[in-house]
Write a protein that binds this ligand. Structure first.
Ligand SMILES: *[C@@H]1O[C@H](CO)[C@@H](O)[C@H](O)[C@H]1NC(C)=O
Ligand SMILES: *[C@@H]1O[C@H](CO)[C@@H](O)[C@H](O)[C@H]1NC(C)=O
Length: 476
């Protein structure tokens, strides 16, 4: 053969470029995505692959990185984490919410409100066991799902048990107290280990992408990432005291799980104010058996007849034929919905699949797509959106608003921008309130749990204002 084939030519050329610029860049070049199957032409670079976070147990986290569409060198680095716990930032965040593409038919279509218009977007599948992230130590791997499930169960139990324990004897109390202490410790350590893995991931990711090391860094995420994001940010600040590595500028949380009691119990008011339940049911749902009590009874394995009655009435009235959190939503969104299936009790007969077909799941399970992404399935047969979860649980804004306000009081922050509307184009994009110059609350009008999915344009305006530290548009 007189000439080497195209494929053979392509690789040395890429490496050659790196060799000239510097040795380090070749590491990221190995993760460069030439093209995703069915992808429309774009001018920014994409990368994906693994970063080993634990050499002993061979734990490797999978990432997908989409550089900014224009002038990436001047744009910040944004890490995005989805919640669950156990849901994929690749499937939910990148391919259903704010990434550059969405699966459609046999290929991908461009998302014109992609967040990589404003930033270099890094999506991380975490912890191990989620998506393409893996561990080769099967014993630590098998445990992840159970640990996540357990984590939620125990956490919920711990939070509500003190109240319900009042009828128990001292002896019982003592035993409960010591077992809760153990559970708390267990949860604390497990969550810490996730945050640590995420921290090590970023440290080592910077070795692949040294040009991003000193770049302004923001951490964003939604749902259960309301726990992951602050924990990771806290670890970074601690790390920076020893060695200033992370140029962390801010965090943003979308519909975050912050505190169970407030978040869960805001559900009753949300249902009632949106006309999903009657006045009588609302009264029962707040005075006879509230949602946090029901959840804690459920996880103790004995739902009282009282709570059972209240919950079946709530279920009957809300009906299983509407998406309870966005009654206007009737498109096929099973991958997006998966994340809202935070581990909360399953209601009777409420287990209907919104969509049988899921384009993201199909796309990411294609061998050619996995090859283009440099992804591998280790210990599992198929890529899945979430590693577990069984029932919708969305965090109503009424609860978040209370918690943000409480946080502002704890931090001693005064309101600097009183509750007001903000604009996207000539329409009201939502409402906002700012505390001091570091804490902002904002709603996105017409958005469901996954705001960038249901209100992409408004979400992008909010994201841009957040990155720039700018107030949300006050007029048009
Ligand atoms: C695998 O993980 C388990 C549980 O985390 C640990 O006890 C064990 O030492 C690990 N095995 C190896 C070979 O590292
Ligand atoms: C929920 O119910 C429990 C038990 O009846 C009660 O202690 C708690 O205050 C209630 N919470 C709210 C927010 O109503």
């Amino acid at each position: 053969m007189p000439y080497p084939s195209k494929e053979i030519m392509a690789l040395p050329l890429g490496l050659l470029v790196c060799f000239i610029i510097g040795v380090e860049c070749s590491l990221s070049q190995l993760d460069r995505i030439a093209q995703l199957p069915g992808q429309p032409p774009v001018w920014f670079q994409q990368y994906s692959g693994y970063v080993t976070v634990d050499d002993k147990n061979q734990k490797a986290l999978f990432y997908y990185f989409a550089e900014a569409e224009i002038d990436s060198a001047s744009k910040p680095l944004v890490l995005w984490l989805n919640g669950g716990p156990g849901c994929s930032s690749l499937g939910v965040g990148a391919f259903s919410e704010n990434g550059p593409f969405r699966p459609s038919g046999k290929g991908l279509v461009k998302n014109q409100y992609s967040w990589n218009r404003e930033a270099n977007m890094l999506y991380l599948e975490t912890p191990i066991g989620v998506g393409f992230s893996y561990s080769t130590n099967t014993s630590s791997y098998e445990g992840v799902d159970d640990k996540i499930t357990d984590m939620h169960r125990q956490y919920i139990l711990c939070l509500f048990s003190s109240r319900l324990d009042s009828e128990l004897t001292k002896d019982h109390l003592y035993r409960h107290f010591t077992s809760h202490l153990k559970l708390f410790l267990f949860l604390f350590l497990f969550l810490l280990s996730i945050a640590r893995d995420n921290l090590v991931f970023l440290q080592r990711w910077f070795v692949k992408f040294p040009q991003y090391r000193s770049r302004s860094l923001f951490i964003t995420g939604e749902s259960y990432a309301g726990h992951y994001v602050p924990q990771l940010a806290e670890l970074m600040l601690q790390f920076n005291k020893k060695e200033k590595l992370f140029n962390l500028k801010g965090i943003a949380l979308g519909n975050p799980v912050l505190e169970y009691s407030t978040d869960f119990n805001s559900r009753a008011e949300f249902f009632w104010s949106h006309g999903l339940i009657s006045d009588t049911t609302y009264k029962m749902f707040t005075s006879v058996c509230n949602y946090s009590r029901y959840v804690s009874e459920y996880y103790r394995g004995s739902v009282s007849p009282l709570c059972s009655r209240v919950m079946s009435q709530v279920t009957r009235e809300t009906s299983r034929f509407v998406d309870k959190y966005d009654v206007t939503l009737d498109v096929c969104i099973s991958s997006v919905l998966s994340q809202s299936k935070v581990l909360t009790p399953q209601q009777v007969g409420d287990n209907v699949d919104v969509c049988v077909e899921d384009e993201t799941v199909n796309y990411l399970n294609r061998p050619d797509v996995q090859m283009a992404l440099h992804a591998r399935l280790v210990g599992v047969r198929r890529w899945a959106v979430c590693s577990n979860g069984d029932q919708d649980s969305v965090i109503p804004l009424t609860g978040s608003r209370i918690l943000v306000h409480r946080l502002s009081e704890e931090l001693g922050l005064k309101t600097t921008v009183p509750y007001r509307v903000w604009f996207e184009g000539q329409q009201v994009g939502g409402w906002t309130q700012v505390y001091g110059n570091i804490l902002s609350f904002a709603t996105i009008r017409g958005a469901s749990h996954e705001a960038p999915f249901s209100q992409p344009e408004r979400s992008l305006v909010l994201f841009k204002a957040f990155l720039g530290g700018q107030p949300l548009p006050e007029a048009f």
